[in-house]
Ligand binder design. Structure first.
Ligand SMILES: [Zn+2]
Length: 295
């Protein structure tokens, strides 16, 4: 199988606004029970009654703590929300929007889209965009595939539909602009990694014996802090934290996350939404192009 990512970096050398050392995005995948449901389906297993409730901890309890924590630190965030979550938990999603956060596309039923056609993916996007519009009044500009799955045709499809960024790739620590056949697409990739994903550390289920991760808050925040320090030192990197209200939204974890955010704020982080970061990178890239053309 021939795998081509075809991404092109703008990373090394980018300067963040106000001489900030790093661009940080605190993102949330608001998947509710559909994360576990879709994961079990892709593994050929099923989930039990209490596993549903583990996912429901997000909308029932964790989300409010996440929103309060973001207010405390004056941070705007990006929430990737599957369409079906908008249908089932409309009030929650409305609240996310009303409190100033960005809503981005994250599949319809958090389904695995592995192997689907371009037309099928486009139909899914259409459904999800309509649901997001019903909350925000406008089309989403960001996309993250459920289970981080996108296809070689996805970047072009997203660009054609007016998206500004994608956040599914894992190939580097900087934001880059997608290319196709040597032509730049107006689409920025904001890669993330499992090391900065609460799922890696806190996902727990009795139904799937392969996944019973449970780390202490100190271990997790320690990993994130070390990663942040290293990337901030390099000066042109992004740090995309990928969180789930059902996991990070427990009282002790939110408190630990708050301490970490305060640390990043004190150490030169530009903490912003994916949309703002992507707009900045795209503009930075086109200024560089104008400079090159005028030389
Ligand atoms: Zn998800």
């Amino acid at each position: 199988m021939n795998i081509q990512t075809d991404g092109k970096t703008t990373g090394p050398g980018i300067q963040w606004p106000d001489n900030r050392r790093i661009a940080v995005m605190i993102t949330f995948d608001f998947d509710a029970e559909f994360l576990r449901e879709s994961r079990a389906r892709s593994k050929g297993t099923s989930i039990g009654f209490t596993d549903y409730s583990r996912g429901q901890y997000g909308p029932h309890e964790g989300l409010e703590r996440c929103l309060n924590m973001l207010d405390t630190f004056g941070i705007r965030s990006t929430f990737f929300v599957p369409g079906i979550v908008i249908e089932r938990y409309e009030d929650c999603v409305r609240k996310i929007h009303e409190r100033g956060h960005e809503i981005a596309c994250h599949g319809y039923a958090h389904e695995s889209v592995r192997g689907i056609t371009r037309e099928e993916e486009e139909a899914l996007l259409e459904t999800c965009e309509k649901l997001i519009r019903s909350i925000t009044g406008k089309n989403p500009v960001g996309h993250r595939g459920p289970e981080s799955i996108i296809h070689p045709f996805t970047p072009k499809l997203l660009a054609e539909r007016g998206y500004l960024y994608s956040s599914s790739m894992k190939d580097c620590d900087w934001a880059y602009q997608w290319e196709e056949n040597g032509t730049r697409l107006p689409l920025i990739e904001l890669p993330n990694d499992i090391t900065m994903d609460d799922f890696t550390y806190f996902y727990f289920t009795f139904s799937d014996p392969a996944v019973r991760a449970m780390y202490t808050n100190r271990e997790v925040i320690g990993n994130w802090k070390d990663e942040f320090d290293g990337l901030a030192e390099e000066g042109d990197k992004i740090f995309v934290l990928k969180l789930h209200p059902q996991m990070i939204g427990r009282a002790s974890r939110i408190a630990a996350l708050g301490e970490f955010i305060a640390y990043m704020q004190r150490h030169g982080a530009w903490i912003t939404t994916c949309e703002e970061a992507a707009r900045y990178v795209l503009e930075y890239q086109s200024q560089g192009d104008r400079y090159e053309n005028n030389k």
